[in-house]
Design a protein around this ligand. Structure first.
Ligand SMILES: [Zn+2]
Ligand SMILES: [Zn+2]
Length: 821
């Protein structure tokens, strides 16, 4: 047989799969279970990197495995193709974002096909196509009608380098998630989606996901949603001349410490400051402070490491409602307008941040939860305990006291039980070009009016000058902006912001179910045959943005009666990074191994095998040329195994065939069980592969001892077990051994308990009562067979040959004694 020529083999099978539409699927065969395998779709940057390859190859193992288990498998692919890089490339290379994007898609499509991933290419989508983003617009209008999309002025994160607004999730430690620039805050009118309406459900939904999602992701989401229970209470604010008075509501997670509130802090954005500006004596100082704080990022403002700054507001005083005590009011930028009510009561005895602030500004610290030896002089005591200095609530433990104080607040109509979330409404408008136009019209007469359904999609115009300056490029396109109001017919203006691209990726998994639908985003009946996704695979960096947004969107679609499940993804696998020498591969570090290079040198099967074998899926994978070489050698070993199969080896040797057969059969079935469990239950593909490698070794060592039939069976099993990992070479060898059907659509082997049970035991052998050695035989071996084994074993032969066996005593699986004369 010829050498392993991967170039020809891989091309040949990729063509066969494509021509025979092997992986295209239509739902509807109700008798077969469905399996929807989804990988996070790529941004078409133009080049597939090793992280992509890992993601998609992992997915392909599951898709191919379940296909061989005769599930109806949907494994689609598409392109998350709107976004800033296309715009930046346009500015840099003077090429239109559309052209740039489409070229990249063509290039990456070729790269993906070269990897032999079993996608249903007939369902390919690109989010920058009007056929797709039309439905973003349709959804947006639905949400507007339900009051879930709205416009408001707010403090937003602003990246001065990308010149766009960023969602909270897109700011990491004060830095832009995309370009790492320091972000600022700005007040702008923006579009929001009311994700906060679903905050509670996004949390409680975790119960459904506990079994199938990594707990780390759930914890990250939980922290992000940041639910805290407590109370709201009204403090009275009064000007020193008593002319102006108002209530100001605060949120606290510790109502049991209300009596210890010795000052109050407002966020710089709080409305009260404007309302009371004529009464504030140091208004100039306050205004300066506000201006300064606007230059800081949210992270800078709330960083616990940094010293808290603030200014006392003179001319007004607050009154603590529980003890009627007058307390000073400060403005400080560590209080955010977006948290709670933008005003806090400060309890320095029991909150470290307040304690530090009180020390700095010389404010009284009153202990209201008892501590030993006045420990609060050293630092705040933040735990629970017994209430003191709290009037009628003295002596109560924290929990009970908190409930009683809440009841008292509710009775006195100055407060209530309340829950606060860190999760904020999703800011979805962007002042950029390459995204879905927000389908709204501003009319002087009618206000904001949605585009009518029949006029969708609002097409993104192509004749646009992209400069990267702050204003939306669409605002410069007169033919786009000028429009008639759909309601009153008068001249009106189109909205020129585009949508956050995270909208695109929030529902693409549903579009794949019915990707060509022109009448609706997808047919709920068809989507119902596939959703929810059975297995989703992608990077852990998406734990808080994409994976929260798409859960939210799924619930929106459920409420629009488009889907019937509560959650979009049953199981989630977050694959680890690919590193070289321990650090992440990146162009700037110059430590990138290009997948193309490896495919050219070793073939797709080798790169697939290495990536799957080198580390468990969720762990970091360090690239190793030796490891790649090793995988290449292994594939050659499998190749050679088959090439010799029909050249007449396997002739009987001295060792009885049946014992060797049993041992090999035992190994075969143990490996089938191991590989099946490792893929299906454990999702540990590296150990699955090493089990097949052991089996291959075993076949080599048994090939001259076991019967040809058994060796054949073992070899065929190896090919099937390897198909999800190295599909091309397996197809080729399958054909070589005479099979007509593609191995990809053959049946996954089942293990048989009967063979599993036959593991081996060591049996001490006595001859005439004297121990002469041991034999290794299958457990529960029959007496006759054991006798044969002993007689043909060289170490006993010399005693037995030429003699008669007069008696054979066998205690099953324990000991054998042969009486010979
Ligand atoms: Zn940026
Ligand atoms: Zn109008």
């Amino acid at each position: 047989m010829s050498n392993y020529n991967f170039q020809d083999i891989e091309k040949k099978w990729q063509k066969i799969w494509e021509n025979s539409k092997s992986f295209e699927i239509t739902a509807g065969n109700g008798s077969l279970p469905k399996y929807y395998l989804l990988v996070m779709f790529p941004y078409p940057s133009g080049n597939l990197h090793m992280g992509h390859v890992r993601n998609y190859v992992l997915g392909d193992v599951f898709a191919r495995f379940y296909r061989m288990k005769h599930y109806q498998v949907l494994q689609p692919i598409g392109w998350d193709s709107f976004g800033l890089p296309a715009e930046n490339a346009a500015i840099k290379n003077k090429v239109h974002p559309k052209k740039w994007t489409k070229q990249n898609i063509s290039q990456m499509r070729v790269q993906l096909k070269q990897l032999g991933i079993s996608y249903d290419w007939s369902r390919e989508i690109a989010t920058c196509d009007p056929e797709y983003y039309k439905w973003n617009q349709w959804f947006f209008i639905k949400l507007w009608e339900k009051g879930l999309a709205f416009r408001k002025e707010s403090q937003v994160n602003w990246c001065p380098s990308c010149k766009t607004v960023l969602a909270n999730e897109q700011v990491n430690q004060g830095l832009c998630w995309r370009c790492d620039s320091n972000t600022e805050t700005k007040k702008l009118e923006q579009w929001f989606l009311k994700i906060t309406d679903y905050a509670e459900e996004l949390l409680s939904g975790h119960e459904l996901l506990e079994k199938g999602w990594p707990s780390q992701v759930l914890t990250m989401q939980k922290n992000w949603i940041g639910k805290s229970a407590g109370a709201e209470a009204d403090f009275i604010l009064v000007s020193d001349d008593r002319e102006k008075r108002t209530n100001i509501r605060i949120f606290t997670t510790r109502p049991d410490t209300l009596f210890g509130a010795t000052f109050m802090v407002l966020s710089p954005e709080h409305q009260i400051i404007q309302d009371f500006s004529s009464k504030i004596k140091n208004i100039k100082e306050i205004t300066e402070y506000i201006e300064k704080s606007q230059k800081k990022t949210i992270i800078e403002r709330t960083n616990i490491e940094k010293e808290k700054t603030g200014v006392k507001i003179t001319g007004i005083t607050a009154v603590n409602p529980v003890n009627k005590r007058p307390i000073p009011v400060f403005i400080a930028d560590y209080v955010l307008s977006s948290y709670g009510t933008g005003a806090i009561m400060a309890v320095p005895a029991h909150d470290q941040r307040d304690w530090e602030f009180a020390k700095k500004y010389n404010i009284p610290i009153i202990e209201v939860i008892h501590t030993e030896d006045n420990a609060i002089f050293e630092k705040a005591y933040e735990g629970e305990g017994v209430m003191i200095n709290s009037g009628e609530f003295n002596g109560l433990p924290s929990q009970e006291g908190a409930n009683k104080i809440i009841a008292w607040l509710e009775n006195s109509k100055i407060g209530k039980k309340a829950v606060n979330y860190k999760l904020k409404d999703w800011l979805v408008s962007r002042q950029r070009y390459w995204g879905t136009p927000i389908p709204m019209i501003h009319c002087k007469e009618c206000g904001i009016v949605p585009v009518e359904g029949k006029d969708l999609p609002v097409i993104l115009p192509e004749n646009v000058i992209i400069t990267g300056a702050g204003r939306s490029p669409l605002a410069e396109v007169e033919s786009f902006v000028k429009v008639k109001c759909p309601r009153c017919g008068k001249d009106a203006r189109r909205e020129t912001d585009t949508m956050d691209t995270f909208v695109d990726s929030s529902w693409y998994f549903a579009r794949y179910c019915d990707p060509k639908n022109e009448k609706q985003p997808f047919d709920p009946k068809i989507a119902g045959q596939w959703l929810p996704v059975d297995q989703y695979i992608g990077g852990i960096e998406h734990a808080c943005m994409h994976l929260i947004y798409s859960r939210f969107w799924h619930k929106l679609m459920r409420d629009l009666k488009l889907v019937s499940s509560d959650e979009p993804f049953n199981k989630l696998l977050t694959q680890g990074m690919v590193t070289l020498g321990g650090s992440v591969m990146s162009k700037s570090k110059g430590n990138v191994v290009s997948p193309d290079e490896i495919v050219v040198k070793y073939g797709a099967d080798t790169i697939r095998l290495f990536i799957l074998f080198a580390a468990p899926p969720e762990k970091q994978l360090d690239w190793s040329p030796e490891g790649v070489e090793g995988c290449w050698r292994f594939i050659n070993r499998v190749w050679n195994l088959c090439s010799q199969e029909h050249t007449g080896y396997g002739t009987a040797q001295a060792v009885p065939k049946d014992l060797a057969d049993k041992k090999l059969m035992n190994k075969v079935h143990r490996v089938i069980k191991k590989v099946s469990d490792d893929i299906e239950k454990e999702q540990q593909l590296n150990t699955a592969i090493s089990a097949v490698m052991e089996l291959v070794n075993e076949i080599y060592s048994y090939r001259s001892k076991a019967s040809q039939e058994t060796v054949d069976l073992a070899t065929r099993t190896v090919l099937k077990l390897l198909t999800p990992f190295t599909p091309h070479v397996c197809e080729e060898l399958w054909e070589k051994i005479g099979e007509k059907e593609n191995i990809a659509s053959s049946t996954w082997p089942e293990y048989n308990e009967k063979y599993l049970a036959t593991d081996t035991v060591e049996i001490p052998v006595q001859l005439n009562g004297k121990l002469r050695g041991t034999v290794s035989v299958p457990r529960d071996i029959q007496e006759q067979e054991l006798k044969k084994t002993i007689c043909s074993d060289n170490k006993f032969k010399l005693y037995i040959d030429g003699k008669n066996i007069v008696k054979f005593i066998y205690v099953q699986n324990k000991i054998a004694n042969m009486i010979i004369k």
